[in-house]
Design a protein around this ligand. Structure first.
Ligand SMILES: NC(=O)c1ccc[n+]([C@@H]2O[C@H](COP(=O)([O-])OP(=O)(O)OC[C@H]3O[C@@H](n4cnc5c(N)ncnc54)[C@H](O)[C@@H]3O)[C@@H](O)[C@H]2O)c1
Ligand SMILES: [Zn+2]
Ligand SMILES: [Zn+2]
Length: 395
């Protein structure tokens, strides 16, 4: 089959690889019909390079049609239409039964000290072959796959794999009070969807980014926007306080993560880490501060005293200077983590199954491309060219 593989920093290729097969009784194999490209893939593209191995198949947002099921899989049949969560979780361990599927104890990576395995997400997360491919083996397919109805186009359901549950969890963690104001930092796919869900729930939403067409998308759905391009990110707090009676936002979602625009020093280190030999880069990456914290700092700045900061952007370093004084003094609540997809998927599916496309998922993707376009798509998505916000590959 054809699959998108990582070959080196900023070197993504489309390769011929062996077709996946059933290896465990709980496995499922699907034929992939749509597969998303995610901001999280951009971390692998460059910064998390030290944890990648040339040939790794990437992608963690697939859906498709069941081709084969293992002997222990009872809820699916060949031909069923399914969306695959990006977390690989078992459904029956302590963590899964406590709705913390992204911490699944059956697939946790204890050697790496990380949580549940993720599809196509480096050896930090189990080195599971990913879903930007024609076929995918789904480990723990007896639990993960979400069966969806036939009929509507793939994009109605595809974002159940990651974007929707991530944005939904971000909203839950943000704990916006009635009549409250939510600031969403980043208007990429995650921030955009979080803003849509916030608006759908009737909150006042202020979206912040530096890419005009991304802000235009959320503005069209009713969000207020702040464009930080050409602005000192240190001034963002004052702008938000001006809009909130001098107080700041009740809740803030960081949908940016470690590659934030706006602080120079870490950028050089980021590049450097990507170029070092793995043996040197890995400990540096995990133990030293390599994150660009501009967005996280903004989050604590724009939050009001007693407010909540919900972090979905991924951070990778360990000893970054954090604004601890301000965090403590302002008495903020912080919640964060990888999305627990199956925790939210039934609630979201109920919303998606309504006739009306309330979150605009069917027009959410800006680009539908062939797998062969992957190398160019990664480069353009990273550079935010061509109005590219969400790419869906159609293998
Ligand atoms: N927690 C989870 O389960 C989960 C799941 C999916 C994605 N993520 C993470 O969420 C983050 C966003 O993902 P995405 O797909 O939307 O990615 P993306 O890279 O397309 O979006 C990030 C956006 O942030 C903007 N930005 C950069 N610096 C900023 C700053 N200082 N202030 C405000 N905005 C800024 C960028 O212009 C961009 O539009 C990534 O870190 C990704 O890894 C987490
Ligand atoms: Zn994703
Ligand atoms: Zn589990």
């Amino acid at each position: 089959m054809r699959a998108v593989t990582w070959q080196g920093p900023k070197d993504i290729r489309v390769d011929q690889v062996p077709d996946p097969t059933i290896q465990e009784p709980t496995d499922v194999v699907i034929r992939v019909t749509s597969s998303g490209l995610c901001g999280s893939d951009l971390h692998l593209y460059e910064v998390l390079g030290p944890f990648m191995t040339p040939g790794d198949i990437v992608g963690h947002e697939p859906m498709g049609v069941v081709e084969a099921v293992g002997s222990a899989v009872s809820h699916l049949d060949v031909g069923d239409r399914v969306v695959i969560p990006f977390n690989v979780s078992c459904g029956h361990c302590f963590m899964c039964t406590h709705d913390l599927q992204s911490q699944c104890e059956t697939t946790q990576n204890t050697e790496q000290g990380t949580g549940a395995s993720l599809l196509g997400y480096s050896k930090l997360y189990g080195q599971v072959p990913g879903g930007q491919a024609e076929y995918l083996r789904v480990p723990h397919g007896d639990y993960g796959p979400i069966k969806v109805p036939n009929g509507p186009p793939d994009d109605r359901y595809l974002f159940l794999s990651d974007v929707l549950p991530t944005a939904w969890q971000a909203m839950d963690y943000a704990n916006v009070p009635d009549g409250g104001t939510l600031v969403v930092l980043g208007a990429g796919p995650i921030g955009d969807m979080a803003a849509r869900i916030g608006l759908h729930r009737g909150h006042r939403v202020i979206a912040v980014d530096l890419v005009p067409e991304r802000l235009a998308r959320v503005a069209a759905r009713g969000a207020e926007t702040i464009d930080i391009s050409g602005m000192d990110t240190g001034d963002l707090g004052d702008r938000v306080r001006e809009l909130t009676q001098g107080r700041g936002a009740d809740s803030v979602i960081d949908a940016v993560g470690m590659e934030a625009h706006g602080s120079g020093g870490a950028k050089t280190l980021h590049k450097l880490v990507g170029l070092l030999p793995d043996a040197v880069a890995e400990p540096l990456m995990l133990k030293a501060g390599i994150d660009r914290l501009a967005a996280l700092n903004s989050a604590f700045d724009v939050a009001r005293r007693g407010g909540t900061v919900s972090i979905s952007g991924v951070y990778g370093g360990a000893t970054d200077p954090m604004p601890l004084f301000s965090m403590f003094d302002k008495q903020v609540t912080i919640k964060m983590g990888q999305a627990n997809v199956r925790r939210w998927s039934d609630d979201i599916l109920a919303l998606l199954n309504q006739d009306e496309d309330v979150l605009g998922v069917e027009s959410f993707a800006t680009h539908h491309l062939s797998l062969d376009d992957a190398p160019e798509a990664y480069a353009k998505f990273q550079a935010k060219e061509d109005g590219m916000v969400k790419v869906v590959f159609r293998p």
